[in-house]
Design a protein around this ligand. Structure first.
Ligand code: ATP
Ligand code: MG
Length: 560
């Protein structure tokens, strides 16, 4: 599936794929069915991308299919807005669920019928304990729990109460339906887990139809079974729930028998991957929404200009295993640079403009030079680039009094203008405060295209734009959201990188960029990868820096 050719992406091997292979070889399944089961209570982040690439990837590799299933069992926190956004994100990442779009809520009636069946066979009961009492009766990891005094009420009584719960006879939270398993089980999840709770909240899909809702545990495995899922792949925190997952399947007349496998979640340095923490960043105003380009959400990456192929490439290199690990953010950044290097057209853009007048170039004249679009990809061709007497260069590419190794512009020094001419700095104009505001240079007409016929060399090549043709833009320089490698604690504020967004105004771009489409990556030569932001307007262009050309953080760490 991966758009690049990393061997790990082509022939993935891991314990999950091995299990699937042996199931197929043994004839236990004819078609592999997986599912990606997001809860629509937030936006997808790069951790979810691991689950998406695994579930959809495995289904594709083995010629099966993957369901997109919304796990919408908790209406208190769920919204339609999230459902639509999640669909968009999965599609953007490059996966297609075809006709297999499902909602756990599609099965509410069936699940309820199964709950009644458990009550009728003495395997579930209605409990009147309060939440606090239930917690107390549950015991701890080291002490067994105690039976609720309501555990032994008759099936008839429990059934009657369950029906009244459904009919809305009781206030929220006053009773629950629990499985009758074992209050002394070592695994706390088996200590009579809750199957249904009373909750009056309008559900995005079923509206006011229900006032009791199944728990994740009661819904998940049975929904897998109804959908014919063969391999239910989830993250490691569900490992202790597996005995319960199996208990329901063993005790209910489900139409198929799925199996749950657990793999370790993706953790990334300099990042938080928890919807709750991400929600806090949005609500407390540290970022401008879920799709802020600093966010590790898929919508944030998309807006920042990260191609979906880079994310797939990164995920394809991760081990699918059961061991906890935290992956260096630099690894994702590497995938982003590699992908963009191969695909992004090169453009010229001056972030901090310094005016240069070419005194021996005719006033009012314009010529079109030829610029290569992508040296990595000859088929990308060339584009015309206008040149004239007044241009902008990068302020940082000039030094009045340069150190020895500075090969760019300085008084008397000759440099190459990319795709254009050699120029020599003849005069430096300063304002009253001594700031350099303009350079006066001469050019050598014989060096058109950037080479001297007499073979003379220059050490510096700098980028530029023609002042009369350039389009102004705001540029948002994005960097890592957290300076801390392992942002910790609930107060994330101290770990935030204050320079994660630096906004530059009055940047000057080559004219081609006036029509750039939002999200389409380009390389600004010598600067990094950028894309137009959705905020961009024809006369008020806005570009985002996706990532710099080199890993500035590694350099900083090496310097110490
Ligand atoms: P969060 O912890 O960010 O709130 P979640 O697990 O509650 O995420 P869900 O919507 O329930 O979010 O997740 C859908 C699927 O994505 C689940 O199968 C979950 O295991 C998987 N998933 C979530 N986060 C990660 C992660 N960091 N790495 C791998 N898989 C993940
Ligand atoms: Mg979850």
């Amino acid at each position: 599936m991966s758009a690049t050719d990393t061997p790990s992406a082509e022939v993935p091997r891991d314990f999950i794929r091995d299990a699937i292979r042996s199931d197929l070889d043994a004839g236990r399944h004819t078609e592999i069915v997986t599912r990606f089961p997001p809860e629509p209570n937030g936006h997808l982040h790069i951790g979810h991308a691991k689950a998406i690439c695994l579930n959809f990837g495995v289904a594709q590799e083995f010629g099966g299919h993957c369901n997109l299933r919304f796990d919408d069992t908790n209406p208190a926190k769920e919204e339609i807005e999230f459902i639509d956004a999640i669909k968009q994100d999965v599609r953007w990442l490059g996966f297609d669920w075809g006709e297999h779009l499902y909602f756990a809520s599609d099965n509410f009636e069936q699940l309820y019928q199964w709950a009644e069946a458990l009550v009728q066979t003495g395997k579930a009961y209605v409990d009147d304990l309060s939440a606090d009492q239930m917690r107390e009766y549950r015991g701890t990891l080291t002490e067994p729990g105690r039976n609720s005094p309501f555990r032994d009420r008759t099936s008839e009584e429990s059934l009657d109460l369950l029906r009244q719960m459904r009919a809305g006879a009781f206030p929220d939270g006053t009773r629950v339906l629990r499985a009758k398993i074992d209050m002394a089980a070592d695994n706390v999840n088996l200590r009579d887990p809750v199957l249904y709770r009373i909750l009056r909240a309008p559900h995005p899909r079923t509206g006011e139809h229900w006032c009791i809702y199944p728990t994740y545990d009661f819904a998940h495995g049975q929904t897998d079974a109804i959908e014919g899922v063969t391999h239910s792949l989830c993250s490691l925190e569900f490992e202790d729930h597996r005995p319960l997952y199996d208990w329901f399947l063993d005790n209910l007349p489900v139409p198929s028998r799925p199996r749950q496998y657990e793999f370790s979640r993706l953790n990334l340095t300099h990042t938080v991957l928890s919807k709750r923490k991400l929600m806090r960043l949005v609500q407390d105003g540290y970022v401008d929404g879920w799709d802020d380009p600093r966010m590790p959400t898929l919508s944030g990456f998309r807006r920042r200009g990260v191609p979906a192929a880079a994310i797939r490439d990164f995920i394809g290199q991760l081990a699918i295993s059961k061991s906890y690990s935290t992956v260096e953010l630099a690894m994702l950044e590497h995938s982003i640079r590699e992908t963009l290097n191969a695909t992004a057209p090169r453009r010229l853009a001056v972030l901090k403009p310094l005016k240069v007048t070419i005194t021996n170039y005719p006033a009012g004249e314009t010529e079109q030079l030829e610029a290569t679009n992508n040296p990595q990809d000859q088929s990308a061709g060339t584009r015309p680039l206008p040149f004239s007497r007044e241009i902008y260069v990068e302020h940082d590419d000039f030094m009045a009094d340069p150190p020895r190794k500075f090969f760019r512009l300085s008084p008397g020094r000759e440099v190459r203008l990319r795709f254009a001419y050699f120029i020599t700095c003849q005069e430096v104009i300063e304002d009253d405060a001594g700031n350099v505001i303009e350079l006066r240079c001469t050019y050598d007409p014989a060096t058109r295209g950037g080479n001297a016929p007499d073979g003379r060399k220059v050490k510096g090549t700098i980028h530029w734009v023609s002042a009369a043709h350039a389009v102004p833009a705001e540029i948002r320089l994005y960097d890592r959201l957290f300076h801390a490698a392992h942002p910790a604690g609930d107060d994330l504020q101290n770990d935030l990188n204050p320079d994660a967004l630096v906004t530059l105004k009055g940047c000057q771009l080559e004219p081609h960029l006036a029509t750039a489409e939002a999200g389409q990556a380009v390389q600004f030569e010598r600067q990094g990868y950028f894309c137009a932001d959705p905020d961009s307007r024809p006369n008020a262009l806005v570009f985002n820096r996706t990532i710099g050309l080199r890993d500035a953080w590694a350099k900083m760490q090496a310097k110490g």
